[in-house]
Ligand binder design. Structure first.
Ligand SMILES: CC(C)(COP(=O)(O)OP(=O)(O)OC[C@H]1O[C@@H](n2cnc3c(N)ncnc32)[C@H](O)[C@@H]1OP(=O)(O)O)[C@@H](O)C(=O)NCCC(=O)NCCS
Length: 166
């Protein structure tokens, strides 16, 4: 574990570091406006990890409130949009720490489940999510632009009627 590692809430001033890490680490890239919107609206559920003051990883997440949540049906869900840690800092437990920070914030904001999409070939991420208690809820065929399928993984209350792919 890197001793100088800290996790904190992401601020708008982190946007360029976050975009740089996103482009380096993932094929799923977004516009500046998208990052700006998520950080402005859901900054409390977004995080950065720093080593000696340098941003080396990030998490973007948001809360989705279906209309029916306002009348007590279908509670709000957390959605992990994107997470990445720079390659040279991986496998030291930092991804898990960044995720835990964001999950705690989402739970404090009253979500009782959190979901995400992940490439079926992304063993590192799938294993990290499993370690955090996520389960594979379903497979979304040809979800990504290049035709790869996604696992939809979820943390939280499990519906007993759901098929479990684990
Ligand atoms: C996924 C990612 C964020 C993990 O970050 P990390 O800091 O390396 O994760 P951690 O060190 O906290 O690893 C936690 C657990 O995840 C699993 N894991 C992580 N990397 C793994 C790998 N390469 N192979 C298999 N399992 C892996 C292990 O269970 C690990 O625990 P362990 O080291 O005790 O065995 C990182 O690999 C990354 O940035 N990947 C590119 C971006 C990406 O794919 N993001 C997810 C998009 S859905």
């Amino acid at each position: 574990m890197t001793s100088e590692f800290t996790v904190r809430q992401a601020e708008l001033t982190d946007i360029n570091d976050i975009i740089k890490i996103n482009r380096l680490c993932l094929p799923e890239n977004y516009s500046f406006d998208f990052f700006y919107r998520i950080l402005s609206e859901f900054g409390y559920a977004c995080a950065v990890g720093e080593v000696n003051g340098e941003v080396i990883g990030y998490l973007l997440s948001r809360i989705e409130r279906p209309f029916s949540s306002f009348i007590g049906l279908n509670p709000s869900k957390g959605h992990v949009i994107s997470i990445a840690v720079l390659p040279q800092y991986r496998r030291q437990g930092l991804g898990i720490l960044i995720m835990k920070y964001g999950m705690k914030k989402l739970i404090e904001h009253k979500v009782d489940s959190i979901y995400l999409e992940v490439r079926v070939s992304n063993v590192a991420a799938v294993e990290m999510y499993k370690k955090l208690g996520y389960y594979i809820k379903r497979e979304f065929k040809q979800y990504y632009r290049d035709g790869e399928s996604a696992f939809v993984m979820e943390w939280g209350k499990k519906d007993s009627t759901e098929e479990n792919h684990e």
